[in-house]
Structures are given as C-alpha cells and as structure tokens.
Design a protein around this ligand. Structure first.
Ligand SMILES: Nc1ncnc2c1ncn2[C@@H]1O[C@H](COP(=O)(O)OP(=O)(O)OP(=O)(O)O)[C@@H](O)[C@H]1O
Length: 592
C-alpha cells in the first residue's frame, strides 16, 4: 500500500483537511457526555430549567457543528480518493501498455482487467475510509479513555482492560482474513477469465451445443468463489458480536461499580452516565474501526495485486546507452565480414533459437537466413511449426533466447522500439479492428494519413469493395472487434491498416486465410508491386507462397528449406509433400 501512496501526492491538502475535520467532529462528540453529566448533576438536581435549556442549546449547536465538520471531511476525503484512483488507473494502464507479450501471456489478460477495475476501486474505497476514520476512531477511543480518567481513575480501569481486549480480537480477525481475501480475489479472476472466454467463443459454444458443459463449469467455479466468500464472511462476521460482548460486559461493570461508587460519594450519577456514554462512544468507534479494518484488509489485498502488476518489468525495452555501445562494435564487425553492399539486407536471423517464457522446449531453433530489401518471402509449414514465432521476433514482440535478429543490418534490440516498429507493418493472424469508423481504424496505422492515402491502401488490400459496399464509406462504424464485418472483410481491412503506414517490411501472418484464391492472388500481386517493400507472407496454403521470390519451409521449429518453388520442389521433401497434398500435379508443375 505504501508504494501506492505516491498517487495521493497531488491531493496532499485534501488528505490532511479530511482527517482534520473528522478530528474536529470527534472533539465535539467527546464533550457531549460531560455536558450531559452537568445537565443531570446541576440542572436536574437543582431543578434549574434555564440551565438545562442553555446546555440543551449548546448540545444542538455542537451537533450542527459536528455535522458540518463531518460533511466537509467527507467531501475532501472523496476528492482525494477519487483523484488517487484516477491517477493509479492511468498509471497502471500506461504500465500495461509497456508490457511485452511475454508478461501479458504470463499474467493473463483477464486478471489484468480485474486489477485495473475492481481491485483499484477497492483500494480507492479503502483510501476514502482510511482518510475519514483511521485517525478519528483511535482518537475517540483514546479521548474517551482520557475523559474517563478525568472522571474517576478507579472506574477508568475498566476501560484499561476492555480496550486492549477489543484491539486483540480485531487484530486476530485481521490476521486470519487477509490471506482469505486474496483467495477470494483469485477465484473471482477465474470467473472473469471463464466469462470472457465464453463470450468470445459464444458462436463456437452454440454451434457445438456446449452450453450445458459451459454452464456446469461456470457453476463449479462460482461455487468455489461462493465458498471462499462464505468462509471469509463468517470470520469477518465474528467481529461485531465479539466486540459487542466485550463492550457490553464493560458497560455492566461501569454501572455496577459506578453505582457503588455513587453511594460511597466517589462519583456523581451524571458522571456514571457520562462513563457509560464514553463506553458507547468507544464501541461505536471500534465498530467503525473494525469495519474499516475489514475494508482495509480487502484494500490491502487488492493493493498487493495492483503492485504485482507494477512489479512486472517489461522484458522488451529500449536499449540503454551502455548496451548500445557494446553491441555496435560487434554489428560493425559483422557488417564488415559480410560486406552487405550491393543490395541492402533488410532482415537477417543469426543462429536464432527461441523458447516461450516458462516453456521447457524451444519453439524455433537454429534459424539462419538473410532477406534482401524488396524480396517477397513466403513462409510455409505445418501447424505449430514455428512460422508465427519466427515473424514475431522481427518487431520484437518476443526477444530471441539465443542468437540475434537484424533489421537493416542493426540488431533489433539496438533500436528504440518505436523506431523499429515504425518500419514494420504487422498483420497478425487474428484480424482485430477497434470500435470506431473505418477511417479511425485505418489511422491506427498512421494518424496523419489523409483519405487519398487511406483509399490507396484500401485498394491495394483488395478492400475497396468493402468500403464502397457500405453506404457511409470510410465513415462506416465498426462494432467492437469488427463483429459487423465478415472474416474476409476484416482481414482485408487489417492489411489495409498496415499498408497505410507504408512500412519498409510488411508481415502478413496467415492474414489472408479467409480470402478466396482469386482475391488472395490479386492481393499478393498488388503488394508485390510495391518494389521497395520487403514482404513476409506466412501461410499454410502452398498457393499463397508459390510465387514468392523465395520460400522458407518450417518443420518442427527448424528451417528445413529455403529457395524458389522450383528449387524446393527438387530439394525439399517437406515442401514437396505440402504442395502435392494441396495442389494437383498440374498446378504444382505449372511452376516447375
Ligand atoms: N504464447 C505462447 N506461449 C507458449 N507457447 C507458444 C505460444 N505461442 C506458440 N507457442 C508454441 O510454439 C510453437 C510454435 O507456434 P507458432 O504459433 O509459431 O506456430 P505456427 O507455425 O505459426 O502455427 P499455425 O500455423 O498453427 O499458426 C508451438 O508448439 C506452440 O504451441
């Protein structure tokens, strides 16, 4: 929690005024039993109505002042806590944006959603409560005890026994419940994950008639969540009865011993009533404090979960000055050795191996190749052979485990991430569009692009009919995730979005799989016409890569062949098998 307090720094004034006004309110409250004691001992005993009315008016005045202080405190505490929550949410969003795929894979996106929403809300409420009650409640407890001592040292000893007992009970419950709240939150995460997966795959679930199974699984997770909540709820519920029992026993003791003291002349009747009032005030303050502690423990558990996100260091970062200096010399030596002169080398892999975080096996191993500027490279291979993994290392979505990847002869780790990604247009397997107009989506590629540039990219991506087919053209609204478009339309628009950026390197990662063969062929031809652009076309379809300048064949994480279609048909068994399984001999032969 301490780590998060920095988000209150813009609200220092509010964070002080809130508790201060609460303390002021508490002062008014602490004087009330004394005034009442005087009303009984002086006003009622002497039958002095004037005195009673005067004291009564003072009580009303104190009540009004107390209320005003309380309202002021609430206002400032709310302002500080809402500001705190907003700043924290902003910073967490910025931090999540900076995380690389590896951390997001490891944490899981649904838990990140819970942490930035409900966890931060819980911490925000915790801050609000702390600002209002954290000082006030102990102040009332200590203040009421001191007042009790000024009335009667002997009777105040009851307070000396009761208050530590109460504190002990509260502490014990707190120690037990904190880890349980963490468990509750984890189970909530699982429910959210399951709900998200369910909603995302709703069409598949219905198509396969999986609703009953999904319902059962959801019910099981929900029951576990309920059980965890019930357990922590039962333990927290002990708090109020336990504290009430202690306070009520103490009140009985005050009345019992106070009564005897009154007869002995040690204290007045009004003072005994004042002591009972102080005990009640202590009870109310402690109940408020215990509720505060329950909320605070929840907030604390949530604060830890929030901190866990901040503790995730982005594994892919801009290089430091020292790192750059170290690597530059080795790259220069490499360049000298290779004498990359005539045709510029766009991308090269140098003995690259990669294993996903927490995975014991390599997804790709020993990748060694170089691609010239303007080349069109097809990448083909069976499912899970490592095609996507390979291309994802070019824009540094993942960093190599061994070896190095260079773009324009420079290690990708030596680029500022923004500079590197500016060179690359990546079209991932899953066509993701955002809610907004088609134009807004195209400008994700380049926010300065005008309509002429956008339409040029749209045409090249064979998406003209998608835009022209809609009455509103570029102003057509796209629903969340592009749900109001067909799979092929979505794919073409995501390709157009990458082209709007006019990248040096275009990576199409199985991104034309929903297109018919003729559109796919037209798309590849249009992309090929962009002479200076280096293009990687990842596909499982032989027809989509056949005309590439060179084809790379992946098998079980290894590069088992590289060359033209004709060369590979001669030399690469895996490639020959893929082609013959998908195309007729005539189609294959046409290119032999
Ligand atoms: N995020 C990930 N975390 C852990 N392992 C992964 C991850 N992504 C892929 N893998 C594993 O890495 C290997 C290569 O996967 P990759 O996605 O690169 O294959 P692919 O050739 O692109 O397959 P496909 O054609 O089916 O998309 C597979 O064994 C896969 O299970």
């Amino acid at each position: 929690m301490r780590k998060l307090l920095k988000y209150l720094k813009d609200y220092k004034k509010e964070s002080m005024i809130g508790p201060l006004f609460k303390l002021l309110e508490a002062c008014f409250e602490l004087v009330v039993p004394l005034i009442m004691a005087n009303m009984i001992d002086i006003g009622i005993r002497n039958g002095d109505t004037g005195y009673i009315l005067r004291m009564g008016s003072i009580l009303i005045l104190f009540a009004v002042l107390g209320l005003s202080c309380s309202l002021t405190a609430q206002y400032f505490a709310a302002k500080a806590s809402v500001g705190f929550g907003t700043a924290l949410r902003h910073d967490m969003f910025r931090h999540i944006q900076s995380l690389s795929y590896a951390e997001i894979d490891r944490a899981g996106s649904s838990t990140l959603v819970t942490r930035i929403t409900s966890d931060i809300n819980q911490v925000q409420s915790g801050v609000n409560l702390v600002l209002r009650l954290f000082l006030r409640s102990p102040f009332i407890v200590v203040g009421a005890m001191l007042m009790a001592f000024t009335i009667s040292v002997k009777l105040a000893l009851i307070f000396v026994v009761a208050v530590p007992l109460l504190s002990l009970v509260i502490y014990g419950i707190m120690v037990v419940s904190i880890p349980l709240y963490r468990q509750v939150q984890k189970r909530l995460d699982r429910i959210l994950l399951s709900t998200r997966e369910n909603l995302e795959g709703i069409r598949v679930i219905r198509a396969f008639g999986m609703q009953a199974r999904e319902r059962e699984e959801f019910k099981a997770k929900n029951t576990k969540f309920l059980a965890a909540q019930m357990l922590v709820g039962k333990i927290s519920a002990l708090l109020n009865p336990a504290t009430y029992i202690i306070v009520n026993v103490a009140t009985i003791a005050i009345v019992w011993f106070g009564g005897r003291e009154t007869y002995a002349g040690g204290v007045t009747q009004g003072e005994v009533i004042a002591l009972v009032n102080y005990m009640t005030q202590i009870l109310t303050a402690l109940v408020a404090l215990s509720n505060l502690i329950v909320s605070f423990t929840k907030a604390l558990a949530c604060a830890n979960r929030v901190n866990e996100v901040f503790d995730l260091e982005p594994s892919i970062q801009d290089p430091s000055v020292e790192e750059l200096a170290g690597r530059e010399t080795s790259v220069q030596e490499m360049m000298k050795e290779k004498e990359v002169t005539k045709v510029k080398e766009a991308v090269a892999f140098h003995q690259v191996s990669f294993a996903y975080p927490k995975s014991k096996v390599y997804a790709v191993t020993g990748l060694n190749f170089s691609v010239k500027q303007g080349e069109m490279i097809g990448i083909i291979g069976g499912t899970g052979s490592g095609k996507s993994t390979l291309v994802q290392m070019i824009p540094r979505f993942y960093d190599v485990t061994e070896g190095s990847v260079t773009v324009d002869g420079r290690d990708v780790r030596d680029y500022k991430i923004e500079e590197l990604r500016q060179k690359i247009g990546m079209v991932p397997q899953r066509a993701v569009l955002f809610r907004g107009t088609i134009r807004d989506n195209m400008r994700v590629g380049n926010e300065l692009a005008d309509d002429v540039e956008i339409m040029e990219a749209v045409k090249r991506a064979q998406a003209l009919e998608v835009v022209e087919g809609k009455p509103d053209g570029l102003d057509t609204m796209i629903n969340e995730g592009g749900k109001n478009l067909s799979g092929g339309q979505r794919q073409r628009l995501t390709i157009a979005r990458a082209l709007v950026r006019k990248p040096q390197i275009l990576i199409l990662d199985d991104s034309a799989s929903a297109l018919d063969f003729a559109t796919d062929a037209r798309l590849r031809k249009a992309v090929r016409d962009l002479k200076d652009m280096t293009v990687f076309v990842v596909s499982q379809r032989a027809a989509s890569v056949m005309q590439a300048d060179r084809i790379m064949v992946m098998d079980d994480g290894k590069l088992v062949g590289i060359g033209t279609h004709e060369e590979l048909m001669e030399t690469c068994e895996v490639y020959r098998e893929i082609c013959l399984s998908q195309l007729s001999e005539k189609e294959v032969g046409r290119h032999v």
